[in-house]
Design a protein around this ligand. Structure first.
Ligand code: HPA
Ligand code: ZN
Length: 326
């Protein structure tokens, strides 16, 4: 039987979602028009046809290029509001949302414009959509440690709106340890810490994210399965892993959804969650990922319920609020 066909999608938290990765072609063209930006694609269909990726870098090239349309506070508010409206339809009750300040400051958009715009939409999300939210500020790991430090200092006036720092962009060749100092500063400022690790990069990067950066969660982490000792540690410490099944297939981290390690990860006792990563690019929002793994991996209602509960257990919600969802 369909997992939640009678009751709508499972109530869930989304913990791995890049707000810039929710930029749908329709909104990209609308913002391009509003801001007088020319896109290198004539139509929405032509743009959509570019969404065929060989690996993480080929996706990132398009992801960063399309961001050129995001310029004003209104743009960031509209982007976040469009995501929240979709998320509500997908059963999302809590969203911890990544943003990439350096991808905007590099284009002359101040970090305050980005945060104020996003915060305007997020501040209304509970009332408008019944979704609680957190913001996670990510550093681009293919930029320098100095650039990350400068970004953190520029964001200091806005830290009251930011729950955690993260680490994303091109993984291979950019191990977590490079960002030890900025993560230490974030921790001192009372922020939580997460990092992408073990997506395209090796299991060794997951160890480093835990031991050198002291992260509270690992984003992706699927390659941990190549290291038995690491799996044992992640299970023992119940370190959450924010897995993104449709992303893994689109970026060719996994050949076929039917071969996804998610069942093995659950069997190993890992605290795994299912998330959409960059839904405008990877063919599905939060519940689309739940439905896809149900169909491809044969997950029963009990397993889907576990994944939904895990999403709240792994969240940065306070204990009392988390309990209400479990
Ligand atoms: N991996 C790394 N960096 C990213 C991703 C991803 O899946 N999406 C947006 N930035
Ligand atoms: Zn990601």
């Amino acid at each position: 039987p369909s997992a939640a066909s009678d009751t709508g999608p499972w109530p869930k938290a989304e913990l791995h979602l890049h707000i810039e990765g929710t930029l749908e072609p329709e909104l990209a063209f609308a913002l391009a028009e509003r801001n007088g930006v020319t896109l290198p694609y004539a139509t929405e269909d032509e743009l959509r046809r570019a969404y065929s990726f060989a690996d993480l870098q080929s996706f990132l090239n398009l992801y960063y290029a399309l961001m050129a349309v995001l310029r004003t506070e209104d743009d960031f508010a509209d982007l976040a509001d469009a995501y929240l409206a979709r998320a509500k339809e997908q059963g999302v009750r809590h969203a911890e949302i990544f943003f990439d300040p350096q991808a905007h400051t590099a284009r002359g958009v101040p970090v305050g414009t980005v945060v104020d715009g996003l915060a305007r939409a997020l501040d209304r999300a509970q009332e408008t959509y019944g979704i609680s939210t957190r913001l996670i500020m990510c550093f681009l790991r293919d930029e320098s440690a100095e650039s990350a430090l400068a970004t953190f200092e520029a964001a200091r006036p806005h830290l009251h709106r930011i729950a955690a720092v993260g680490l994303d962009s091109a993984e291979v060749g950019h191990p977590p340890a490079k960002f030890k100092e900025v993560f230490a500063l974030a921790r001192e400022a009372g922020l939580k810490c997460v990092a992408h690790a073990g997506e395209e990069g090796p299991a060794a990067y997951v160890w480093e994210a835990l031991d050198v950066l002291g992260v509270d969660r690992i984003d992706h982490g699927v390659r941990c399965m190549e290291d038995e000792r690491l799996v044992a540690r992640l299970a023992a410490e119940q370190v959450p892993l924010t897995v993104c099944p449709l992303s893994n297939v689109r970026l060719r981290v996994i050949d076929d959804l039917a071969d996804h390690p998610l069942p093995a990860m659950l069997d190993a006792g890992l605290l795994v969650t299912v998330n959409s990563d960059d839904p405008a690019y990877f063919g599905g929002y939060a519940d689309d990922n739940f439905t896809a793994v149900r169909d491809a991996l044969g997950f029963d209602a009990e397993t889907l319920r576990t994944l939904a509960r895990n999403s709240f257990r792994a969240s940065f919600l306070d204990e009392a609020t988390r309990e209400r969802y479990l």
